[in-house]
Design a protein around this ligand. Structure first.
Ligand code: NAP
Ligand code: MG
Length: 401
């Protein structure tokens, strides 16, 4: 067979541990035999980040701005223990955080559904795509403890430092705590646009909830910005695509999501997204079946798996023991990037190949061949699931492909 040609490269961001092992095997077994793969390669493995003082991470994000499409392997975010393990110069920041800051993007997470694995919420028949606003609120807040008798104020000054307003938060008649959070109109607006664009791409409705009845200035601002951008820029396009935008209180959204059959984009404020993404991911099954894409408001895409580097499996792998690590979400990172590259370049064979690889992966699992994490969840009449090791699973997909 003649290999599928690519005209424009994909930015390839390599990573760490078990996912780095899977990364090589996915390319070797599932992509390179069929695609004349063109990538601009950046090694985001922890050793290389340390050696380049993290310049490689910044360069990979800038390359994504240039080429528009990236695929990223999971990477270690160092903590004190990793600094020792890898003899690091410094506790480098999270590469995902660095890339997100440069691209100013929103992360969308979507579960990969297969017949035979029923979500813990059995009514969920379609994916719930979760978008988390990754800026502000408690994640960039300042906090203090206050002693009995103390008073905390909310003071706002103008650009010359003159006091514009001063409001008492609380006069403390006992020891307590206080927190100051902020957000930016610009960041909320680009979050809203990213969500509306994604919804148009995938033809799914957008649900957004905040607590504007209680938070009459802060959360209300989110509601107003979403409504305003929707009305002025998206209402007509949504109508044409036969989708809709729903704003309601966050608790109402939660209730509606539970009763729904899925199939919507759920836009979440930062904290809601942090919490709800773990709930939604767990309800759909394994972390190995959750895909993720960072979309910037100016249309750059970075595809990855939602899970981490699966450290425990990697240590087993290093000892020469067999692992059964789920590569589905990492395969989806590749198919997402290849399909988007194909779409942007008008390269239909590349788009078709990505869809075929996804189908071969799903067919493999549905016919009973899977990694260990899925075995306890898989229930399909007439099929006894077979547990394959990490590499055998990929070989099985290659046979189907
Ligand atoms: P993790 O790598 O997602 O793994 C947590 C556990 O979830 C694993 O030990 C495994 O459970 C299960 N699991 C996750 N993905 C799996 C898969 N593909 N197949 C089978 N089981 C899977 O999270 P972590 O242990 O908290 O973090 C490990 C490292 O990854 C850390 O250094 C962290 O900084 C990094 N991380 C990176 C990203 C990213 O790059 N986007 C995201 C999160 C974490 P069992 O051990 O029970 O089998
Ligand atoms: Mg969380």
């Amino acid at each position: 067979m003649e290999k599928i040609r690519m005209t424009t490269p994909i930015v390839e961001m390599d990573g760490d541990e078990m996912t780095r092992v899977l990364w090589q095997w996915i390319k070797e077994l599932l992509i390179e035999p069929y695609v004349d793969l063109k990538t601009e390669y950046y090694d985001l493995g922890l050793r290389e980040r340390d050696a380049t003082d993290d310049a490689v991470t910044v360069a990979s994000a800038q390359a994504t701005k240039k080429w528009g499409v990236a695929v990223k392997c999971a990477t270690i975010t160092p903590n004190a223990q990793r600094v020792e393990e890898y003899h690091l110069k410094k506790m480098w920041k999270s590469p995902n955080g660095t890339i997100r800051r440069i691209l100013d993007g929103t992360v969308f997470r979507a579960p990969i559904l297969v017949d035979g694995i029923t979500p813990y919420v059995p009514g969920w028949k379609k994916p719930i795509v979760l978008a988390r606003h990754a800026y502000g609120d408690i994640y960039n807040s300042v906090e203090a403890r206050v002693e009995e008798g103390g008073t905390a104020y909310l003071v706002v000054c103008d650009k010359d430092g003159n006091e514009v307003s001063r409001r008492t938060i609380h006069s403390f008649d006992g020891d307590g705590i206080v927190q100051g959070a902020h957000n930016l109109d610009k960041s909320i607006a680009s979050f809203a646009r990213s969500c509306f664009n994604y919804a148009l791409d995938y033809k799914i409705p957008v649900w957004f909830g905040a607590k504007d009845t209680i938070s009459k200035t802060y959360d209300h601002r989110f509601k107003d910005i979403f409504n305003e951008i929707y009305q002025t820029e998206y209402a007509a396009k949504f109508e044409e695509a036969n989708i809709y935008f729903l704003y309601t209180l966050i608790d109402d959204v939660v209730a509606r999501v539970m009763r729904s059959e899925g199939g919507m984009l759920w836009a979440c404020k930062n904290y809601d997204g942090d919490v709800m993404s773990d709930m939604v991911a767990t309800a759909y099954g394994s972390l190995g079946m959750m895909s993720s894409v960072l979309v910037s408001p100016d249309g750059n895409y970075e595809f990855e798996a939602a899970h981490g580097t699966v450290t425990r499996h990697y240590y087993k792998h290093l000892k020469g023991e067999e692992t059964s690590t789920n590569s589905v979400a990492t395969i989806w990172a590749w198919t997402g990037a290849l399909a988007k590259r194909g779409e942007l370049d008008g390269n239909q064979p590349l788009v078709d190949f990505a869809k075929k690889l996804e189908k071969a992966t799903i067919d493999t699992i549905e016919s009973g061949y899977m990694t260990g994490d899925l075995i306890p969840m898989f229930k399909k009449e007439g099929i006894t699931p077979v547990k394959l090791n990490s590499r055998r699973f990929l070989e099985k997909i290659a046979e189907k492909l």
